[in-house]
Write a protein that binds this ligand. Sequence first.
Ligand SMILES: [Zn+2]
Length: 644
Amino acid sequence: MPCPYRLACLLCATLVLSALSAAPAAAAPPAMSAALPAPRDVAYPGEVRLEVDARDITRRIVHVRESITGLGSHPVLLYPKWIPGTHAPQGPIDRLAGIRFVADGQTVPWKRDPIEVYAFRPAIPAGTHTLEVSFDYLSPTSDRVGRPEMSDAILQLEWSNVILYPAGYAASRIPVSASLAVPAGWQRASALETDTDAGEQHRYRTVPLETLIDSPVYAGRFFKSIELDPATRVRLDVFADRADQLAASPEVVASHRALVAQAYKLYRSHHYGHYDFLLSLSDHLHFAGLEHHQSSADSTIANYFVEWNETPWDRDLMPHEFTHSWNGKFRRPADLWTPSYEVPMQDSLLWVYEGQTQYWGIVLTARAGMWSRAQALDEWAELAAYYSSVAGRRWRPLADTTNDEIVNPRRPQSWPDWQRFEDYYDEGALIWLEVDTLIRERSAGQRSLDDFAGRFFGVDDGRIAPLTYTFEDIVKALNAVEPYNWASFLHERVSELAPRAPLAGLERAGYHLVFNDQPNEQDKAREREAKVTDLWYSMGAVLSAEGDSEGMLIAVGWDSAAAKAGLTEGMKIVSIDGDEYSSERLKRAMVLAAHDQAPIELIVSLDKRYHSVRLDYHGGLRYPHLVHEGAGASSLDAILTPRP
Ligand SMILES: [Zn+2]
């Protein structure tokens, strides 16, 4: 394409010519690094023996030693970069220190590749038999440094954080014999099979690098293993801050067993030797989930079991991660599958990988009885309301948000609804609800998305090796269930600008979104847990309800009354109509303003300066709910009902 800035280019050319004539003779572009050897699907001619020592738990320091045989003359060792499940180049290489290479007893110098900084080149003598590698992995000690992975009672170990592996071979072809030492008296759980257990030191059976990295270990002081399905060896391995937090009532355990049973009715298969839910219940480790093929790393609140009735909002975590064993791990988007961790992943089908998983996560949580029907409806109400409010729909198609793990690896945003953020999860779920209800309507209730799930994920029962899929495969499988123009249906919702949220599924299912002045139960629980005041659907803002930051704006809607008044994230509301800020006072002012034309007078602070703001909002308090239309059960009720 010709340059549109011809004049500027002429100017540039002049500058470059004069710079060239003035440059010293030694000036030369820096040497590019030699290409990394591509991962080949051939057996690695040696072995990696990995010893991980996580006993310095209080300081969150992990000591790593490796013995690697089979290296050639100019080896490249790689730190895992593109981490499965995060879909992004997020391997925490900034946490490595004390790296040392010893070739047959001699310390050797090394260089990091200047282009690919995850690659190390140790200068080993020709004929080296064994390369010893050692380094420290410095796990975050506080939120300031990163998401904590350890507490004084729990260790969450992802092997991808603590290994360097030889370049040039597919991860499925490099054998690794790994051992892990944890503090005395701690117990461990993982999808890995054990070889030897010598007290604090635990050696696992040799597995391919791919299996090791896909099999995290949780360890801890307080542990309980709950059998969920003995026939297929599915276990819930629970680690907690305290022993009393391990106590789950028989009803709660039964709902987790029902989750496995309902998943089998849906997917008509399983693709693992055994499956371990690695669950940590902690106030020190954050809410998180990471899918693996034969396990999942699940982290939630310390009182998940003991305050079951007060903490409903994150219960779809395990149903979501379990679903990934079928969608994401066994069946995997073709452009997301890579032979090794240095090869970039492409996230174009995350609206299926995560979107449909989010859909089944919500549905299975309800079918298992982990949510009541009302709680599941509240969840759908929140999704429908939020995606109807997202201003970024006007400029950014949903498909583009599949790049967000790379564009913005979960850093806070100033204007989240204008920028959009990983909307393929929840908006994806709304689209799959639309697909499900459309199949049900067109087939007069004879078929549903359950049939798609059974056929698509239920192939090759027992097979563990990934089976990839493309957009065309999805369309073909949908057409096999119910003929329709699925390609353009999906293209329109995913790839084109869609200024209106995809709510047709809810409406077809017999529900519509309404707002009233009472928060639904899910939202109340979420506000309590997150310590926020959520006024997103009224003035258009979420405020902190915690300690010194109370009244601080955490998020402001781009099209909201709050934004029109000049409010922005980071400002703190100090007073309301002359009185000191409290969330109750702000809500009361909004209720009063619904009955008159006077704006609410606010004083806000930002960077130690105070501003008067007139909030011209008169819509009262608004919270989302679903209302059922007509008599009898709707198709959404049928979707949420357990399969017999
Ligand atoms: Zn997921």
